[in-house]
Design a protein around this ligand. Structure first.
Ligand code: NAD
Length: 353
């Protein structure tokens, strides 16, 4: 069992059968309450076995569209019915959707009750469960209502990855690649040695990945400075995700971030921030590990609506987080509209090939 203590929630990486029960008991909770989606309720909750045999449970339909205030209301009603109070403990057993939603629901219920994350998707293990961001989508925009609220603990056990569909594995890998690009040449080198995603030693990669995400979020928990580097790929990525969320063909978060990283790397390259060599290496690794979707992108004008709603906008301008080389990233970088349009044009050509 590896323990990574943190002011934003202690993180454990290892088997759930190696101490999770004791850990939950140590919270002295009046009631343990699980939140899962329909897939993780079937595939992951049973792996917890007797750990949660007496727990009450809210099961939310899977899918990003259910990361909503309506799902929160369902959870809150069920918590009231179950008699949850301030000494209860909520366990979020699921991917990033469940962790964000369950963390937010817990942080508002009775002005906040304790919660632990048991992330089950690679994306949640690598990113969503770490750092204390919780929230729901609202008005068609991603994560528009939310809170910074630290979990009591995060317990990462790669055993859950055994049932994760391959597409979701690739989505989680996108955030790991992002962490390498913005802050770790060590992780970058580890990823470059990976021949195929199916042969990865997850314990090792997740440990190195965790160190980066924890380091950045602890240094700047409220995202006033360096934490903004985690938004690399997410400005254009969220705009794409929001656009497709409002069509009949929603795009997963990981795929949107993959396309966002490609476009924003091009933006860094076009604006002269990042040289051609690093740009080509980034495009190469993304192409190899993340299989970017072949999609027809919306026009720049269509995307502008979603970019205009970006949470990272301040005083009417979007501050981009852009890498200047592999392992280093700046933030609050203001670029010209035509440079964004040119990057998206390049992405449009790339994504159709
Ligand atoms: P998700 O939670 O929707 O999970 C993706 C799919 O995988 C779902 O169908 C889910 O049921 C299924 N699944 C999860 N674990 C499984 C398992 N072990 N076996 C089989 N199926 C399983 O999405 P995600 O990709 O995990 O996370 C994306 C969400 O995370 C987005 O809402 C995004 O905004 C959020 N996010 C949050 C942060 C943060 O800092 N809070 C960071 C990154 C992403």
């Amino acid at each position: 069992m590896n323990v990574f203590p943190s002011t934003l929630g202690d993180l454990y990486i290892g088997s759930i059968h190696d101490g999770l029960q004791n850990h939950i008991d140590s919270h002295g909770a009046s009631l343990v309450y699980l939140i899962a989606d329909d897939h993780t309720a079937d595939l992951c909750v049973p792996l917890l076995g007797s750990i949660v045999s007496k727990a009450h449970c809210s099961i939310i339909p899977s899918g990003e569209a259910n990361k909503s205030i309506e799902s929160c209301q369902q959870i809150w009603s069920q918590l009231v019915k179950a008699g949850a109070d301030r000494s209860s403990l909520i366990l979020n057993v699921g991917g990033g959707m469940v962790c964000d939603l369950g963390g937010f629901a817990a942080s508002c219920y009775q002005r906040g009750i304790r919660f632990g994350h048991i992330p089950t998707s690679l994306l949640a293990m690598a990113d969503a469960a770490i750092g204390g961001k919780t929230g729901v989508n609202f008005g068609g925009f991603k994560n528009y209502i939310g809170r910074f609220e630290k979990p009591s603990f995060i317990w990462i056990d790669p055993v859950f990855l055994n049932t994760l569909p391959p597409r979701e594995m690739v989505d989680g890998m996108a955030e790991i690649v992002k962490h390498a690009i913005i802050g770790s040449s060590d992780l970058w080198n580890m990823l470059n040695r990976v021949e195929h995603i199916s042969g990865i030693d997850w314990m090792n990669i997740l440990k190195t990945n965790t160190t980066i995400k924890q380091h950045i979020t602890e240094a700047d928990p409220l995202e006033k400075g360096i934490r903004k580097t985690l938004n690399f790929g997410h400005t254009i990525g969220h705009a794409l995700e929001s656009h497709f969320m409002n069509t009949d063909h929603p795009m997963s978060h990981g795929q949107a971030v993959t396309l966002g990283m490609l476009a924003e790397s091009k933006l860094a390259n076009l604006t002269g921030l990042m040289g051609n060599e690093d740009f080509e290496r980034i495009i190469g690794l993304i192409g190899q590990l993340l299989s970017p979707s072949e999609v027809t992108l919306p026009s720049f004008e269509e995307l502008q609506y979603w970019l205009a709603g970006d949470k990272k906008k301040s005083m009417g301008r979007i501050g981009y987080s852009l890498p200047d080389r592999i392992g280093s990233c700046g933030w609050d970088i203001y670029v010209k509209e035509n440079e964004v349009a040119d990057s998206l044009h390049w992405l449009g050509t790339y994504a159709r090939t």
